[in-house]
Each structure stands twice: as structure tokens, then as C-alpha cells.
Write a protein that binds this ligand. Structure first.
Ligand SMILES: [Mg+2]
Length: 262
């Protein structure tokens, strides 16, 4: 990976030459630092204004691709005229045509029951909480004491193993979070491919230069898709970490700098 700002002089001509730029970003850990309680995450007014300005610029289409539920993501970002992809892209709003995965939609009642079962099993472990995101579930354990993490893993496995083994759910991991998803072949990479295709379709005159920024394991699918489409993939988190992204930035603060430069 190369430090993005070191490669800037090389990238500027590409950005200038592009007819259009599809600027996509993850939210938590990318646009804003990760906080213990995701409900308390706040997008700084400066970043919000930058997104707003870029969204108004006719050369840009801006989108946020997040593991958060669509409604939650929209209320947190709160910028008009951008694309929102929630639940890792299982639900997307943008380009005037919404996407909702039908299998995921059908599984809403199942996820509600599963979230109740998990909450009951994890009760008693301090700092853990289960978030029902409608189409997926997250088990957050950032605030759990290190010595108690094993208990979280064991309790989580006890509930989910039978469902996982029989293929009724998919499980992924992020930074101090387990995620349970419906058994559909869909991820941030496929969501980004969908957005690239929609962008091309809606503009009707050639493609756009796609950019994606992300900080976590689930963003790797996104980076792969961006590389496949000759875009610019940017890992947020610094050097020394492993990612398939071509470039890196060190922090959400540097992402804000990038937005200013754009
Ligand atoms: Mg993230």
C-alpha cells in the first residue's frame, strides 16, 4: 500500500481526466472514529458540509456503504442527494431505484427472534450488546473486559453454531463485533458493483472513476471490486496493516483532508 498523499501528484491527472467520479465510503472508522457505543457516533459538521458540497458538484456522485441499517445510516449522515447502502448493501437507496434483498427481507422475523435469543444468552456479560439491524445482527463487545471476551465467543457460538453449520446464517467479523447475515451471496463488493453499474446506467454516457474508502475486514470485498474496475481503493488505518487496497490514509481526520482536496 502507498500513502495516498504521497501518490497525490500521480492521482490528480486521473481525477481531472475523469468525466465523473463515483465517490463511495464506509462510515464508522472511516468518516468518523470508532466509538464504544455506535448509537453515540456523530458525523462532524465539517465532514457533513464537505459531503454536501461534493454531492452538489455535478462531477461527483457520493455514496455511503455501511454495515449499519439503512434508516440508522441515513439519520447519522443526514446529507441529501447521496446514495445510502445499509446492512453491507442488502438495502440500497439511490439512483431513483431502491434495492432490497428479498431473502434478507423475508428473514426479518427470524433475526428478531435470534437477537432475543442472543441477548438472553449474553445477559450477565458486562459491556456486550446485541443490535438488531433488521436484515442483519451485530454483537458488539468493544466495551467488554479482555478477560471476558472468551465468554462472549463461547455464548455466541452456542447460539449460532447450529444455524451456521446448517447454512441458515452467515457470520462475519469486524473490529470487536460479530455480524450475522442472511445466507445470501452479497457483500460490500457486490453492492459496489451494483452501484457502479447503476451510475453508468443513470448517466448514460460512459462510466465514472470509482473510489472507495474503508477501514475494516468487510471493506476488503469493496477494495477488490474497485481494483477490478480500475478505481482508487483507500484503506483507512495506516501502514503496516494488511489490505488489498492500493492506497492508505492514517485516520478519519485524513479522510476529511482528502474530501477537502477533492
Ligand atoms: Mg468501518
Amino acid at each position: 500500500m502507498q500513502y495516498l498523499f504521497d501518490a497525490w501528484t500521480k492521482l490528480t491527472p486521473r481525477l481531472k481526466a475523469a468525466n465523473h467520479v463515483l465517490l463511495l465510503s464506509d462510515f464508522d472508522g472511516t468518516l468518523i472514529p470508532i466509538v464504544d457505543n455506535p448509537e453515540l457516533a456523530i458525523l462532524p459538521p465539517e465532514t457533513k458540509n464537505l459531503l454536501r458540497t461534493l454531492a452538489k458538484n455535478r462531477r461527483y456522485t457520493v455514496g455511503i456503504v455501511s454495515g449499519r441499517a439503512l434508516a440508522d445510516l441515513k439519520s447519522k449522515v443526514d446529507v441529501d442527494s447521496i446514495i445510502y447502502a445499509g446492512n453491507h448493501g442488502l438495502e440500497i437507496e439511490g439512483f431513483g431505484s431502491d434495492f432490497l434483498d428479498p431473502i434478507a427481507e423475508e428473514m426479518r422475523p427470524f433475526f428478531l427472534m435470534l437477537s432475543q435469543a442472543l441477548s438472553a444468552t449474553l445477559r450477565g456479560i458486562k459491556g456486550v450488546f446485541v443490535e438488531n439491524k433488521g436484515l442483519t445482527l451485530s454483537v458488539h463487545y468493544r466495551s467488554v473486559d479482555d478477560t471476558e471476551e472468551r465468554r462472549v465467543t463461547d455464548a455466541f457460538s452456542k447460539v449460532t453454531d447450529p444455524l451456521h453449520i446448517t447454512g441458515r446464517i452467515r457470520i462475519t467479523q469486524g473490529k470487536k463485533v460479530y455480524e450475522i447475515r442472511p445466507p445470501v451471496d452479497w457483500d460490500k463488493g457486490k453492492a459496489i458493483a451494483w452501484l457502479i453499474a447503476k451510475c453508468k446506467e443513470s448517466r448514460g454516457k460512459g462510466g465514472a472513476l470509482p473510489i472507495y474508502l474503508g477501514d475494516d475486514l468487510t471493506d476488503e470485498d469493496g477494495f477488490k471490486m474497485i481494483e477490478k474496475n480500475n478505481g482508487i481503493s483507500i484503506f483507512v488505518g495506516g501502514e503496516g496493516l494488511q489490505s488489498v487496497a492500493r492506497y492508505f490514509l492514517r485516520s478519519p481526520e485524513e479522510v476529511t483532508e482528502l474530501l477537502k482536496m477533492l
